[in-house]
Design a protein around this ligand. Structure first.
Ligand SMILES: [Zn+2]
Length: 266
């Protein structure tokens, strides 16, 4: 039996109004996804109000409720303030949150996935390679949840892949060797640079993304391949993908992007 009161680390990934003055929170914790109530959190006098912002990494004290557990205390561990005033960073955080929300089941214990979310939000706070941080996140999250795209061995015959690899199959679950590629007509073309980038992100630590200089064409191809893979798995695009695309297009059209960067969205 669970204790009546317990403590857990959490990242708040969704927040909505509930009843007269409460908020319903969706949390990612090391013990899985959880929905909880923050009572009275919309009242101006609430001590909780400032401590349950979206995307904060927090230590929560919860009381076991009849249906939903109740937040009684929140101590912020990381507030990730750097991304909050930056539309491109915050839209990436929305995407990261929605992806884990879709992939992780309630009460599905997964400490590595939780730690990945925290380190990804921390990276989004300051990185100069927002897109590469997201590709890293997609590849690792898929791996932790048992959907790792195969990039080192052919997804069809399991033979070790070489630099001759030029096809990626969402149906087979990864890259195909030159012998298997012609058998899979829906396989997508993949340049050698994109293949190398994806393999690198799947096997190297997150901070290496900071030192990478990657051409726009390779970045776009990597994004498209992983998006196709996720679309097949989730059977549709995430809602935040359209938002992410719009922001990305606005940034490219207007490199200084001072107007977009100064506006906030919650
Ligand atoms: Zn093969």
């Amino acid at each position: 039996m669970r204790e009546r009161v317990y403590r857990t680390e959490a990242v708040i990934i969704r927040r909505s109004d509930f009843g007269e003055a409460d908020r319903l929170l969706t949390l990612i914790t090391p013990a899985g996804k959880r929905r909880v109530i923050a009572k009275g959190a919309r009242k101006t006098t609430s001590r909780l109000a400032g401590h349950i912002e979206l995307f904060t990494h927090t230590m929560l004290l919860l009381a076991v409720g009849r249906t939903l557990d109740i937040v009684t205390q929140s101590t912020i561990l990381h507030s990730f303030d750097g991304m909050r005033a930056d539309l491109e960073r915050i839209s990436a955080a929305y995407y990261a949150a929605e992806l884990i929300d879709r992939l992780l089941e309630e009460e599905d214990e997964n400490r590595p996935a939780f730690d990945l979310l925290v380190s990804t939000l921390a990276a989004l706070d300051s990185t100069r390679n927002i897109d590469l941080v997201l590709r890293f996140y997609e590849l690792r999250l898929l791996g932790f949840l048992g959907y790792r795209p195969q990039l080192f061995h052919c997804a069809n015959c399991q033979e070790a892949l070489t630099e001759d690899t030029r096809r990626f199959s969402t149906a087979a679950g990864g890259a195909l060797c030159p012998r298997c590629a012609p058998l899979e007509r829906t396989a997508l073309p993949m340049s050698l640079n994109t293949f190398k980038l994806l393999r690198f992100l799947q096997s190297q630590p997150l901070d290496t993304t900071e030192r990478m200089t990657i051409s726009p064409a390779t970045r776009i191809e990597a994004e498209h391949l992983l998006r196709a893979y996720l679309r097949r798995m989730l059977e549709r695009d995430l809602k935040s993908v359209a938002f992410l695309d719009e922001v990305g297009q606005a940034m490219r059209a207007q490199p200084s992007a001072s107007v977009a960067r100064s506006s906030q969205k919650e």
